[in-house]
Design a protein. Sequence first.
Length: 300
Amino acid sequence: MKPVDLAYVSFIRSVGQDGLFLLNISKLSFRYITQLLTGGNTNIRSKGGITLPNEIWAMILNFGRKGRNDCFCLVKADVVASSPSRALLRCFRHEFDRFPNELLAGDLEDDERLSEFYLYLAIATPDTADWLEIDLPDPERLSGPGNTFDVILDTTSADACLFIPHVPDLIAIFDDGECWLCEKDRFLSPVFDDDRVESFVDVPPLSFVALLACPLCMGIEFSDDHAKFLEPYRYWPAPEDKAEDMRKILEERLEELGYTDVPVPEGACGGGFPGYAGTRFLPAFVSYVIMDQEGSAQLG
């Protein structure tokens, strides 16, 4: 996730209250206390005027963070006040009016629809949806207690809570990981699923056994970088050290999105040769090798 920082405040001003952002509600109280402590813990006193040492506050905050579960919501933000080193944003919770089984981003058809969806997130209004000619549920502003949040952006807070929404994050958070492209596998075969994969990214010729990170739920740029890693290992496996490095990168991405139950397959790390024993891909392996080597072989 890319955090919203002070440099982004001018963009928020330009779109008014129409841009959508991701807010981690569970971080707000911890972040607020940390910001007070940064300014000197004399700002936090008991009724008797007693202050706690910073070491005690650090223990309290660390203990609270260990039991915290992230909770996100979509918000639109208004700049209340700003300076070169600090900005106060008032954030209003929004929800898309959609059916229970209707996906927010997990059913985007191709890269064109994906680009249009990002444009809509930047200025989420009915006029934008009409201009883009896309069918999207209208985000509704929620009222009442617990739906308005004040967020202070400054140059010292490291624990970000407001983020620019990306489709993989939205799929993980609001679509429960549902993705039409990979069907929640998080990896696809660029050989057997080539039409679906190429509707999002241009994939170079890869190994028959290669498995590519899904461009929709794992991210287009991430998938493109993954394809560049796999490209040199079309006919032989990647060296162990490079394969292990890629495995760590893929595991970190899966963990970041909350897919900790998804194992990284060998084919995603430049391995998996000579084929997928016991899978639907093995029967076509010999045909693929002959066609690949001879160009236009006629198999009978």
